[in-house]
Design a protein around this ligand. Structure first.
Ligand SMILES: [Zn+2]
Length: 269
């Protein structure tokens, strides 16, 4: 009698990285230096991702086209996503999701539709970051449905590929977002809250993401992609502290304090 086949190894939890823009020397005008990484650093990170089992877009994983446990995502649709990130990703055989706002496509500093189609042809997934980067918590249900549906339709029409993922601007999520996003044709929501997602959790809650910033140390990044729960737990605590500050100051007050802090950092640099 043949021995029973051992159960297939449970796939480990998934960690998603959230990037914004890249630069080759100094941060271009109008771009937030905190969310802009140098290409050398990004290249090094993607080399490690490739060596650590590979990386892919959330779209490829959710559609069963990838087994990668590290997901790579970009928010906001900066021009550097095409000029600088695409060649590095392609070199390392990594795909990524790019969450864009139709309202900023083709404006100064942002990707245009032609570039987005080229990225989709290169295997990248182009997804929704809302229509115009207005925080979704500021909209009533009617306008929320309108903006989510309009963003999805326009991106699908322009890029010619299905849009099923939503990353809300600023990570701001109204309580009923999952339900309304599903009504509007999205299957998954990606948050800006740090953490990992276990394979069994599916779409039951927003997919957490680790924010990659100019302040993220390389050793921290290495722990995150290895899904080290101490390092990820530490980042969750830090995020909760920031979330509390945002609640106390309100969105406008928080942005003002943050802009002031960045101005000081900019003068020092
Ligand atoms: Zn954004």
């Amino acid at each position: 009698m043949p021995l029973p086949t051992p159960a297939a190894a449970e796939p480990g939890p998934v960690v998603a990285l959230m990037y914004h823009a890249l630069h080759t020397g100094s941060t271009p005008d109008g771009q937030d230096p905190h969310y802009t990484l140098g290409t050398d650093e990004f290249e090094l990170q993607m080399r490690e991702v490739a060596a650590c089992g590979g990386g892919s877009s959330a779209d490829a994983l959710l559609q069963g086209r990838s087994q990668a446990r590290i997901l790579v995502t970009f928010d906001d649709g900066h021009a550097s996503n095409h000029a600088l990130a695409l060649p590095i990703l392609s070199r390392h055989g990594i795909t990524a999701d790019f969450f864009i706002n139709p309202a900023t496509v083709g404006t100064a500093g942002f990707l245009d539709w032609h570039q987005l189609r080229q990225m989709a042809d290169a295997g990248m997934s182009i997804q929704s970051h809302g229509y115009d980067h207005v925080y979704l918590t500021q909209l009533d249900d009617h306008h929320l449905r309108q903006t989510l549906a309009a963003a999805r339709e326009e991106i699908e029409q322009q890029v010619g590929a299905p849009v099923t993922l939503l990353a809300p601007p600023g990570g701001r999520m109204p309580k009923n977002l999952l339900a309304i996003a599903r009504e509007c044709g999205y299957t998954h929501v990606l948050s800006s809250e740090p953490g990992v997602l276990a394979a069994a959790e599916g779409a039951s809650r927003p997919l957490p993401r680790m924010a990659m910033t100019a302040a993220t140390r390389h050793v921290t990044f290495q722990r995150w992609i290895r899904r080290d729960h101490v390092a990820i737990g530490h980042e969750r605590l830090r995020y909760r502290g920031l979330a509390l500050a945002k609640r106390m100051l309100g969105d406008t007050g928080y942005e003002r304090v943050r802009a002031g802090a960045l101005a000081v950092l900019g003068r020092r640099a």
